[in-house]
Each structure stands twice: as structure tokens, then as C-alpha cells.
Ligand binder design. Structure first.
Ligand code: UDP
Length: 490
């Protein structure tokens, strides 16, 4: 344990996936502004992703933030060389090996704790064993969940009451029991269901880790949630007061990226020059551009991309569309209608690869967001105050869709109705161009419905900012957490 004179020192250990690393890095940066020392743990190939993002915090602001790396046992588990991040996985077998490899990080983490003796560790939910490691060193372990109170509460209710076992088919709706609102789900939308050919739920490496994660949640010191109280008060109360979990809401943490430089360098190397991107947006009217991006992992099929292109063109809206395709891949023939980019010149911009998402969403010209409902993207859309077209694909994204469309009422569903089996896109779940066109029109066109959604979204965006300001709900919760950790470390 640390002595009174030592600065509070926290280890942050995110799962190696952009959607997990980004909010954890943002949280670490936020915490250092409160006089705390933060060390981010990652693997060698992920180090540049972290160092690039924290560089300015370290050099310009002088805050105490550092990185330590531990070796990832790629070869030992039979993964292809260089595969240290979920965004480089290409098959289900690889996903299982990846999870096995993460389990092997326990010993090197123990070594780091032994060497540096931090006062607390904030570890990803995918590292359930971190709770025992922390206990061995007599320090608290906090769980970092990359999702909403709404979806955390959904997961607990499904685990406790198992309403999905009382319906007769995967498409029969059931109501989430003992919940603040009446929310219906189907088995097809449930997170992390892995079925065999007969439809029976499979026990996989993944489901095993999730079960352990749920147990670790209860045994850990508490849970850190990237959300803000005013966004989902009924669910924050439900999770903390009814379900009895100890949790702090400290977000939206992406708001620690205040200027163009911070927003432009967040995450991977951007595929577009940030100034070029801003110039394009500056030439547009307020709320006149729809932004389309499906996060860092979803790799859509060529036929699906083709439907999106046709749907966007038919919607007659201006757009920025992020496509996870390399610049050098064959373009027009494969996934774009003939002459698409020429016709869309000045009206639509395709970013191939990584986009500076927060920079784009925060621009006043952006008036709508077509999102896969990954929690970071959803919260970034809320923070930007824009209505959304919800297009969930896997994990808890279908729960986040419910929050956006049925509780917050700031979005419309595109009509996705089932999880990608094994997280892989497939032409079986294709969303047709008409559905895309209609949903985009519904959020972007002038109508009573769109006006109401926009005004609710803008109000939430304001609340998000206020939550992070001095004395706001998230700022206060973060400070309360730090005070508690200081007392524990004393
Ligand atoms: N992101 C980005 N540019 C991209 C794709 C993703 O900046 O081209 C960021 C996005 O802002 C978000 C994160 O990556 O912070 C993705 O997390 P999310 O939870 O939305 O989805 P995931 O990638 O985990 O499916």
C-alpha cells in the first residue's frame, strides 16, 4: 500500500480494441487533470495508439501520465503474428485464441503491480481475473465497462430472470423484467448469444469470460461508467440502488478532447487531413450533413455497402460516410454504384479507413448520425446533440438502440433485427436501400418528428457538457471517486 505522501497512482488496463482503449485513455487523461498519476498498460503493438493520444496531455499540459507494455502471447496461442488488437481479428477461431491470450496477461500484470505498486487498478470488464490480482496486492480493482447503465441493467435482468427462456422462438418478443420502462427484446437481439445449427446456445470462450466478468463485477470495488446521470437517471438509479452495484458515472469522457488537435489525433492515424475535413464541413449549412460510421470493428459486405450508397444517394442528403476499406483496394467495381463518387462530388465525402469522428460529429454542419450503436459512438452522438439512425450489429448494441429510440427518443431504427452471428457481417442480414433512405430522411428532413428529436438531442448535448463542467454530475462523481481512493490508499 502507498504512503500518505505519495501521489495517488492508478493503473488503467483496457482490452486491446479501439472501442475499449479510447474511453480508458480519455478517462486516464481526465484523472491526471485532478493531480493523479495514471499509467496505461498495453501491449507493444498497441503502444503507438496510446502514446499518440496521450502525447499532448504529457508534453503540452505536463500531466503525469505514462505507458507500460507487457508482451502479448500471440505465438503461444497460435494467433497470426502482429495480431494484438481485436480490430485485426479475421475469424471466430482467432477470437477464441485472442481471449485465451488475454488470460495469460495475468502474470505480467502481477509483475508490474509488484514493480510499481499503484494504489488502484481500473481494468477492463474482459479481464475478470484482475479483481483477484488486485486483491493479492491489497488494492481496489475498478471495472471499466464500455456501455450504458441501461445496458448494464439489461444484462443483469436477463441473467437473473432469464425471460428469453420463456419464449418459444428466437423472434418472439419478451419484456425485460423488473425494469424502469417496458422494453421488449427478442433472443435474436440479445448480446453475446452464440448458437449452434439447431439454435441451442453454445458455451464458448467468450460466454465463459462474460460469466466470469459478471461475477467479478460483484466482487470488485466498483464500476466506472462512461455515461452521465441526466442521460439515464432511471437506469443509473436502478443499477446503483435497486441492483445494489457500486458505480460512478464520469462521462462523456470524450469531452476531454477540447481542441481540433486533440479531436483530430484521437485513435488511429486519420485517413483524411483534419483541416481538409473541416474545410469540407465549413462550406455546409448547419445540421445539413449526415455522418455514417459503424465503429472500429464492423466490416460490412460489399453488397451491404452498395445498398448504403444507393440509399444515401436516394435520400438526397449531404453526407460523410466512413468505410473500412483501404485506399488501394479496387473501388467502384466492388462496392460502389458506377460513377457514384463523381455524382456525389461536393455533396458526399467517403473516408476510407479511420475518420476523426469526434471532430466531425462536433461540427455544426453535422445534423444526423447513422450509427451501429457502439456505446462510445452513441454517447459521442448524444454529446454532439444530433438525432441518430440506429443500426445495431452485435454485442450490446441492440440495447443501446432501445435507449436511443424508446427511452431518449432521439433516433429511429433502420430495422436491424438480429445479431451478426459470431460478430461477422453476412449478406443474410442485409438492410435494403429503401430502409436506409427512409431512416436518413426521417432524421434529416424538416418534419414535426425530426424537429422534436433534434430539440431533445440538442438538450441532451447541453446536459452532457454541463455534466463534465466544474460541479456537474460527472465532474462531482469523478472527484468523489478520487477522494475515496485517496482515503483507501492512506
Ligand atoms: N472511431 C473513430 N474513427 C473511426 C471509427 C471509430 O474515431 O473511423 C472511434 C469512435 O469515435 C469511438 C470508437 O472509435 O470512440 C468506437 O467505439 P464504439 O463503442 O462506438 O464501437 P466499436 O468500435 O467498439 O464497435
Amino acid at each position: 500500500m502507498g504512503s500518505k505522501s505519495r501521489q495517488l497512482h492508478i493503473f488503467f488496463f483496457p482490452l486491446m480494441a479501439p472501442g475499449h482503449m479510447l474511453p480508458v485513455i480519455d478517462t486516464a487523461r481526465l484523472i491526471t487533470t485532478q493531480g493523479v498519476k495514471a499509467t496505461i498498460i498495453t501491449t507493444p503493438l498497441n503502444e503507438p495508439f496510446v502514446s499518440k493520444t496521450i502525447e499532448r496531455t504529457k508534453t503540452c499540459s505536463g500531466f503525469n501520465i505514462d505507458i507500460k507494455t507487457i508482451k502479448f502471447p500471440t505465438v503461444e496461442v497460435g494467433l497470426p503474428e502482429g495480431c494484438e488488437n481485436i480490430d485485426s481479428l479475421t475469424s471466430v477461431e482467432n477470437s477464441a485464441s485472442f481471449l485465451t491470450a488475454t488470460g495469460m496477461l495475468r502474470q505480467p500484470l502481477e509483475q508490474l503491480l509488484q514493480d510499481y505498486r499503484p494504489h488502484c487498478i481500473v481494468a477492463d470488464m474482459f479481464f475478470p481475473w484482475a479483481t483477484d490480482v488486485a486483491a493479492k496486492f491489497g488494492i481496489p480493482r475498478l471495472v471499466f465497462h464500455v456501455t450504458s447503465f441501461f445496458s448494464l441493467s439489461t444484462q443483469v435482468s436477463l441473467q437473473v430472470y432469464e425471460p428469453h427462456k420463456k419464449v418459444l422462438s428466437d423472434s418472439e418478443p419478451f419484456v425485460i423484467p423488473n425494469f424502469p420502462d417496458e422494453i421488449k427484446l427478442t433472443r435474436m437481439k440479445m448480446a453475446n448469444q452464440f448458437n449452434d445449427k439447431e439454435g441451442a446456445v453454445l458455451e464458448t470462450e467468450f460466454t465463459k469470460v462474460l460469466k466470469e466478468a459478471n461475477e467479478a463485477d460483484v466482487r470488485s470495488y466498483g464500476v466506472v461508467v462512461n455515461s452521465f446521470y441526466e442521460l439515464e437517471p432511471a437506469y443509473a438509479n436502478h443499477y446503483i440502488k435497486v441492483l445494489g452495484r457500486k458505480a460512478w458515472h464520469i462521462g462523456p469522457v470524450s469531452l476531454c478532447n477540447k481542441d481540433v488537435e486533440d479531436k483530430g489525433q484521437r485513435g488511429n492515424e486519420s485517413s483524411i487531413d483534419k483541416h481538409e475535413c473541416l474545410k469540407w464541413l465549413n462550406a455546409k449549412n448547419s445540421d445539413s450533413v449526415v455522418y455514417i460510421c459503424f465503429g472500429s470493428l464492423a466490416n460490412l459486405t460489399n453488397s451491404q455497402l452498395m445498398e448504403i450508397a444507393m440509399g444515401l444517394e436516394a435520400s438526397e442528403q449531404q453526407f460523410i460516410w466512413v468505410v473500412k476499406k483501404g485506399k488501394d483496394e479496387k473501388e467502384e467495381e466492388d462496392w460502389l454504384p458506377k460513377g457514384f463518387e463523381k455524382r456525389m462530388e461536393g455533396k458526399g465525402l467517403i473516408i476510407r479507413g479511420w475518420a476523426p469522428q469526434v471532430l466531425i460529429l462536433d461540427h455544426g454542419a453535422v445534423g444526423g448520425f447513422v450509427t451501429h450503436c457502439g456505446w462510445n459512438s452513441t454517447l459521442e452522438g448524444v454529446t454532439a446533440g444530433v438525432p441518430m439512425v440506429t443500426w445495431p450489429m452485435f454485442a450490446e448494441q441492440f440495447y443501446n438502440e432501445k435507449l436511443v429510440t424508446e427511452v431518449l427518443k432521439i433516433g429511429v431504427p433502420v430495422g436491424a433485427d438480429q445479431q451478426f452471428v459470431n460478430l461477422m457481417a453476412n449478406d443474410a442480414y442485409i438492410i435494403k436501400k429503401e430502409a436506409i433512405e427512409n431512416a436518413v430522411r426521417r432524421i434529416m428532413m424538416v418534419s414535426e418528428e425530426a424537429k422534436e428529436m433534434r430539440s431533445r438531442a440538442k438538450a441532451l448535448g447541453e446536459m452532457a457538457r454541463r455534466a463534465m463542467e466544474k460541479g456537474g454530475s460527472s465532474d462531482s462523481d469523478l472527484k468523489a471517486l478520487i477522494e475515496e481512493l485517496k482515503i483507501l490508499s492512506g
